[in-house]
Design a protein around this ligand. Structure first.
Ligand code: PEP
Ligand code: MN
Length: 332
């Protein structure tokens, strides 16, 4: 249950009440909001006189639910707003991994050339083998921060586990919680305490319910800037790397109030399919895309097969704009 308390209720009173009824307490401006588990179907007696409005839920998708909030939440990434009423599709692009200063600068320059504002690049890579490239770690974060300074871009990188979450929070504008990391409550709880945007990727064996509940960890801790990212789930099919769950995207659009970003690169796993898949995603009227692009994909230290080269990316951008326009969205 979500309770909006009366405007006469002070923050201290709200905190006391939350402790009494074992609820989460968050603020939205001066509004005090309490959240209990979804099992609570009636306003607790202690809260009756202090409650202005309340919502009852059949499961623990609450703050993220479209039945709580009509219309989408908006999230600001630097100067770009997505979600809400914006109809912006932000293209977040860059290599799978930050590999060198030259490589990440080339990526930054590509974005700048096309008026794009958000650079991705992994520094702590969640690899399936301990013998492959694991990312540059802090050195990579510093390179991303340098690109932000040099080019005025916002930067996004993924947290692999909770041990380096603070470093990532300190150096980046958007925290990416990877498909394998979305169960890490150390990461989710740390992201709940900040106000920077958090992009949560769906684990490849994660139901939509579990996925959105991961977002609830961040929302219920007081950070409303959550973005969901569908990046493909594992099915019986092995010809492509994963299967992009567009049905799931329609479900998220219907039942949640969070901005939705799609990652066709990891879903497909092969560059040949990425452009058409990206256009299909865009036609759904989505809030953003995460696309892997590398100056020389063949030499990439991770995800070499799926990264577009710069020419392919530029061609895709050209083709993408009219697709977005056809559903009344704008590529930003
Ligand atoms: C990535 O974005 O490079 C990545 C590793 O993604 P995912 O967590 O979706 O596998
Ligand atoms: Mn990758």
């Amino acid at each position: 249950m979500i309770l909006h308390l009366k405007s006469s209720v002070t923050q201290n009173q709200a905190a006391e009440l939350a402790a009494k009824i074992k609820a989460f307490h968050i603020m939205e401006g001066s509004l005090n909001i309490l959240i209990t588990g979804s099992g609570v179907k009636e306003v607790p007696q202690e809260a009756e006189d202090l409650t202005e409005k309340f919502w009852v839920f059949s499961n623990d998708i609450q703050l993220a639910s479209s039945s709580y909030r009509n219309g989408k939440r908006s999230v600001r990434i630097g100067n770009v707003e997505i979600g809400g009423n914006t109809k912006n599709t932000i293209v977040i692009a860059g290599p799978c991994s930050v590999e060198s200063e030259t490589q990440i600068r080339q990526s930054a320059e590509l974005l700048k050339k096309h008026g794009l504002t958000s650079l991705r690049g992994g520094c702590y890579k969640p690899r399936t083998s301990p013998y492959s490239f694991q990312g540059l770690g802090l050195e990579g974060l510093k390179l991303l921060a340098k690109m932000r300074e040099e080019h005025g871009l916002t930067v996004i990188t993924e947290a692999r586990d909770a041990t380096h979450i603070q470093e990532i929070i300190d150096h980046t504008d958007v925290i990416q919680v990877g498909a394998k990391a979305m169960y890490d409550q150390g990461i989710l709880r740390a992201c709940a305490k900040i106000q920077k945007p958090v992009l949560i990727k769906r684990g490849f064996g994660t139901t939509l319910q579990e996925f959105v509940q991961a977002a609830e960890f961040v929302l219920s801790g007081g950070n409303a800037n959550v973005i969901l990212c569908e990046r493909g789930i594992r099915t019986f099919e092995t010809a492509t790397r994963f299967t992009l769950d567009l049905c799931g995207v329609a479900w998220l659009q219907e039942y949640t109030n969070l901005p939705i970003v799609l990652d066709p690169s990891h879903a497909m796993g092969y560059a040949y399919g990425v452009p058409s898949l990206t256009k299909a995603c865009t036609a759904m009227g989505i809030d953003g895309l995460l696309i892997e692009v590398h100056p020389t994909p063949k030499t990439a230290k991770s995800d070499a097969s799926q990264q577009l080269d710069h020419a392919q990316f530029e061609q895709l951008l050209k083709e993408l704009k009219p697709v977005a326009a056809s559903v009344d969205y704008k590529i930003v």
